[in-house]
Design a protein around this ligand. Structure first.
Ligand code: HEC
Length: 197
């Protein structure tokens, strides 16, 4: 069954982005829409986009341990040079999932408390910045996040920002903070192999 969902929060809500708002906004996201599940069951084996220990606080994802992973299609993305700067455009169907644990130090084998998901789907009318923004609770279904909360903050990835390398040259990074090619990111075993051609 479909329900109508508000497309965007008002300007005041947008101005109040922060830790408390995330919880509230997640609860208010639209649950009724039927969509395919984008996370395949093997997602736990997708390569991590960084080996950095993401246990420090960031607004929007808090100070809980976070493990970002990307499907193989996403790993095929290569930036092109435009005006002396790199420009990223992930292929349609790229999926990035970030496992968010309940605390900074989850017990061995502990399951994540929540998954936040980005799916590159520029032709989907619900896409914002070319991506669908979703969340998934353990055992629950993927829920499309139709407010502008996620995309507004992730737009910072395309400009100079306070996270990771800070994007000092203001490259367009397709709303992704942890690019596979950033020095801190892990190339993973497959990418470390010499090119076959
Ligand atoms: C206030 C800022 C902010 C908001 C809001 C936010 N994020 Fe993020 N997100 C980040 C930062 C910073 C990272 C980089 C990794 C880290 O430190 O956790 C990130 C990383 C991610 C990643 C890994 C890909 C990447 O960009 O590196 C996914 C997937 C993700 N977020 C999904 C979401 C979804 C879905 C929402 C909305 C429900 C959301 N985020 C809301 C700041 C935000």
């Amino acid at each position: 069954m479909r329900r109508s969902c508000p497309r965007r929060p008002g300007p005041l809500a947008a101005a109040l982005l922060g830790l408390a708002l995330l919880a509230a906004a997640l609860g208010a996201s639209c649950r009724g829409r039927t969509r395919p599940a984008y996370l395949t069951p093997d997602y736990g084996s997708w390569r991590k986009t960084t080996e950095l220990l993401l246990d420090y606080p960031v607004p929007g994802h808090m100070d809980r341990l976070r493990v970002p992973r990307m499907n193989e299609l996403g790993w095929s993305a290569r930036p092109r040079e435009e005006g002396g700067k790199l420009r990223w455009d992930f292929p349609e169907g790229s999926v990035i999932v970030k496992e968010v644990y309940a605390s900074r130090n989850p017990a061995p084998g502990e399951a994540p408390a929540e998954l936040t998901i980005m799916v590159k789907a520029p032709r989907d009318p619900a896409a914002q910045g070319g991506w669908l923004w979703l969340t998934k609770a353990p055992g629950g279904e993927e829920r499309l996040f139709e407010g502008s909360f996620c995309v507004t903050c992730h737009a910072n990835a395309n400009e100079r920002h306070p996270y990771l390398d800070g994007n000092p040259r203001e490259e367009f990074r397709d709303y992704v903070f942890l690019l596979p090619a950033l020095p801190a990111a892990s190339p993973g075993p497959a990418a470390a192999e010499p090119d076959a051609y």
